[in-house]
Write a protein that binds this ligand. Structure first.
Ligand code: SF4
Length: 240
């Protein structure tokens, strides 16, 4: 694994801050804030591919990243956390993306729904959503990241107050990997403009009022992330 102190971004594409001194490495990762989404992707590919993978939850941001990244690196890797309770529309766009781009998305899963019910009782998502997310998302993420040094996601700062300070590159202490968010400074409008201009497949639920899409049991229509675990205090699944 490439630890923070070993991350030096060597590129002629754009001037990037030099690798920080060793004792500053964790606190001050290389500064990618001035780079465009394509430039962030190109740097991540140059530095980490093939030990780099993209978390794909089949929302519009994932569509953009897949389209953009495969133009830079046709053998780029993607993974998804299939909770077994995703929307049919999500499974549909998953198949569309694989067909359109000729990629096979790596799949990671938690226990079967039957095993979860046997161990923790029925409808754990209603009683203990944090536990359910841990079993069906967080633990599978750990498995997904086992053979990579860096991962990327579609987080955007304007999705919620909790995401307002998302950096384009950070050392992910929880997973002990580098984590990039190339669309961190994109707006909702930027995402839709890219999708329209590049004719990118996207999840149909976005056209039906779902700005953010997760599991069937925990997602309602809404703007931003207001439809996720609506009417509960929960805002994130624990991946970020
Ligand atoms: S979003 Fe809901 S159903 Fe999905 S893993 Fe989390 S609690 Fe379980």
């Amino acid at each position: 694994m490439l630890l923070p102190r070993t991350l030096g971004l060597r590129s002629s594409r754009a001037a990037v801050q030099e690798e920080p001194p060793l004792n500053m490495a964790v606190a001050s990762p290389p500064d990618l804030e001035h780079l465009s989404a394509q430039e962030v992707l190109a740097h991540m590919v140059e530095r980490f591919h093939p030990r780099l993978s993209v978390a794909c939850s089949f929302q519009k941001e994932g569509s953009v990243i897949m389209d953009m990244l495969l133009k830079i690196e046709p053998t780029a890797r993607f993974f998804t956390l299939d909770t077994s309770v995703l929307f049919p529309e999500t499974y549909d766009v998953w198949r569309q993306m694989e067909k359109r781009y000729g990629v096979e998305i790596e799949v990671y899963q938690g226990p079967s729904l039957a095993r979860q019910a046997a161990l923790h009782g029925d409808e754990l998502w209603n009683r203990e959503p944090d536990k359910c997310c841990d079993l069906r998302k967080v633990k599978p993420l750990t498995e997904a990241l086992a053979d990579v040094d860096a991962w990327m996601s579609g987080l955007r700062r304007d999705q919620s107050p909790a995401r307002a300070k998302t950096p384009k590159l950070v050392w992910d202490h929880k997973n002990e990997r580098w984590k990039a968010s190339p669309l961190a400074d994109w707006t909702e409008k930027d995402v839709w403009r890219y999708i329209a201009e590049n004719d990118v497949p996207y999840n149909d639920l976005h056209d039906r009022g779902y700005a953010s899409i997760g599991c069937t049991h925990c997602t309602l229509p809404g703007t931003g992330r207001e439809g996720r675990w609506a009417r509960t205090g929960k805002a994130e699944c624990g991946l970020h």
